[in-house]
Design a protein. Structure first.
Length: 113
């Protein structure tokens, strides 16, 4: 078994898996980490992230709304050709659907409690 990761480190690892041009919801990231009602915790972890290798802009709310305090999020998503419907991401066309290989790579057992 590997060393325990913090919740934030685990969130960052999953977010780094989201490919360019795709998005995930806060709740989706939480569910992938075994906390299906932990979307708000994902938001807190990402709000404190200053690692440029973590594409935080690829995480949106369950309705495709952008983070209100993340001013560059829309521009970054547009640069990646993420589709929008009005002010929201078009989730039906842009949601990341992890492959079985990606799902296997998510190490839920290493999470610290």
């Amino acid at each position: 078994m590997s060393d325990p990761r913090t919740w934030s480190e685990s969130v960052y690892a999953v977010v780094r898996m989201i490919p360019s041009g795709r998005v995930a919801t806060y709740g989706q990231v939480a569910a992938l980490l075994g906390r299906p009602r932990g979307g708000r915790e994902v938001g807190w972890a990402l709000s404190g992230c200053d690692d440029p290798r973590v594409p935080c802009h690829r995480v949106v709310d369950r309705d495709g709304r952008l983070a209100p305090r993340f001013r560059a999020q829309r521009k970054r998503l547009r640069n990646e050709l993420v589709p929008f419907t009005g002010p929201r991401v078009a989730l039906e066309r842009a949601t990341w659907r992890p492959t079985p290989k990606a799902l296997f790579a998510i190490d839920r057992d290493s999470l610290s409690t």
